[in-house]
Design a binder for this molecule. Structure first.
Ligand code: MN
Ligand code: MN
Length: 471
């Protein structure tokens, strides 16, 4: 009997696919390293709650790591380029000729949130209110009866930029959207479908209560708020028209669990991949291939616009890299390089939720704690609207991760016809580069308090670092 068992075990070890729990692969030191890594990550999350703040943080951090702003003369080995303060690229010139292609990691730094409408302020029942237009895929009920912070910029007619960040310090004021009391919710909310229970136009922000002292004046609370905004920021009502003001949860990134094994925070989709790829870019001192990290905006609304993945920013940045490598950036050379490049689309994946196992297909979905997740494709039922990584490239990444001892898994988003989602992979695939989705599994994705495993976060960082390092 014992002999048969021995043979079975040998065969199993040889031919069966086995996922590995990251914690079983770590010794005590590695657990400590992963926990230490999460400390820096939480600080980043707290500082970088919007795309503009993330880009500013990434730029500052990269500067400390020796990256310099692109210069027309070129020659620098570590460069960055801003795209309208909402998107940034970092690059490091490698040892091999750039014609052999670039190693690219593309993440996004925008997250679902509530934007103020361009004309937001009104008064109702002696309260000042602000109208919002939600950005990206939110579940509206998650945003009511919560402390919210206001971040963003107001650009005055003169071009002067007023930076806004209210609600992050302990003594700061916050904003909130009032929810209806359960006693009166039956018809207005509870008998409706969840998605209809809270209407978009009811996501209005409570923003003030004190009236302007002259009792003859109209809309006295609104007037007093405008007066106060003018005193404090020098802005007038028309300035809202040229503002980008975003409401985000006022909460901080926290450890979750008695053992502190999870990080929970707003905005981990996709700042977990942004932070890990930033750290990987900073730590790879002399890559064999030229490396490039893109931190994109507008992924959550379809990658449209001049700061999203559908813009041509990447081509311009590759031209900068060519100059830095001492080469003439012709159109055809840029295209050839992108065609030969290899990329990781650094975006999060849904981890199987113990409460909703029925929307998942456990054999092919990501498990929390089983490491960084590769996804051959994303999209929706029938593999529509997605890049599908070539098996040859999957094999190459698989070989690299196995050789470097990365804890990784292959994951698909939920059951086949359950729903779906996309990433920027398909937009970069247009250039012909090999690309595969590779990121951290999350629970509560797109909620104000997304959850990630510290082990998966650390393996994401290690995977990106080895990918960038090259041979
Ligand atoms: Mn994402
Ligand atoms: Mn998303």
């Amino acid at each position: 009997m014992a002999e048969i068992k021995e043979v079975t075990k040998k065969i199993e070890d040889k031919v069966k696919l086995k996922g590995k729990l990251v914690w079983d692969r770590y010794d005590g030191n590695q657990v400590e390293e992963a926990f230490e890594f999460a400390e820096g990550y939480k600080q980043f999350l707290n500082k970088a709650k919007t795309e503009r703040e993330a880009v500013a943080e990434i730029m500052q951090s990269a500067q400390k790591a020796g990256f310099g702003a692109v210069s027309r003369k070129g020659k620098d080995k570590r460069i960055y380029r801003l795209n309208k303060d909402k998107c940034i690229g970092l690059a490091a010139v490698g040892k091999r000729p750039i014609e052999e292609g670039i190693r690219i990691i593309a993440s996004h730094v925008d997250s679902p949130r509530l934007d103020l409408k361009q004309n937001p302020l009104y008064e109702e029942l002696d309260m000042a209110m602000l109208r919002t237009h939600y950005y990206g895929g939110i579940k509206k009920y998650q945003w009511v009866a919560q402390p919210l912070a206001l971040h963003g910029v107001v650009i005055k007619e003169s071009g002067e930029k007023v930076m806004v960040r209210i609600g992050e310090e302990a003594e700061d004021l916050v904003f909130t959207i009032c929810d209806l009391l359960p006693h009166l919710s039956r018809k207005a909310q509870e008998e409706k479908k969840l998605k209809d229970a809270i209407e978009a136009e009811k996501l209005t922000i409570l923003a003030g209560h004190l009236p302007y002292p002259d009792q003859e004046a109209k809309e006295r609370v609104k007037l007093r708020i405008l007066e106060l905004l003018h005193e404090r920021y020098g802005i007038v009502e028309e300035d809202f028209l040229s503002a980008e003001l975003e409401l985000v949860p006022a909460s901080k990134a926290r450890d979750v669990g008695f053992d502190r094994a999870f990080v929970a925070s707003y905005g981990q989709d996709d700042r977990v991949c942004a932070y890990t790829s930033l750290r990987a870019m900073e730590e790879v001192a002399s890559p064999s291939y030229t490396t490039l990290a893109l931190f994109l905006d507008k992924e959550e609304t379809g990658s449209e616009g001049n700061t999203g993945a559908k813009s041509r920013f990447l081509e311009h940045f590759v031209a900068d890299i060519l100059r830095a490598a001492g080469k003439e950036p012709t159109d055809i050379l840029i295209r050839e390089i992108l065609l030969t490049s290899k990329a990781l689309c650094a975006d999060v994946m849904a981890g199987i939720d113990p409460n909703y196992k029925d929307v998942h297909e456990p054999q092919n979905n990501a498990k929390m704690g089983y490491g960084v997740c590769l996804s051959k494709f994303t999209g929706a039922g029938g593999k529509y609207s997605t890049s599908d990584a070539n098996a040859e490239f999957v094999a190459e990444i698989r070989e690299l991760f196995n050789r470097k001892g990365i804890v990784w898994q292959m994951g698909e988003l939920g059951k086949v016809d359950e729903g779906g989602g996309g990433t920027v992979a398909k937009y970069l695939a247009l250039y012909g580069m090999d690309i595969i989705d590779c990121g951290t599994p999350l629970l509560s994705m797109h909620s104000p308090f997304e959850v990630a495993s510290k082990g998966d976060i650390y393996e994401t960082f290690r995977a990106y670092r080895f990918f960038l390092e090259g041979e």
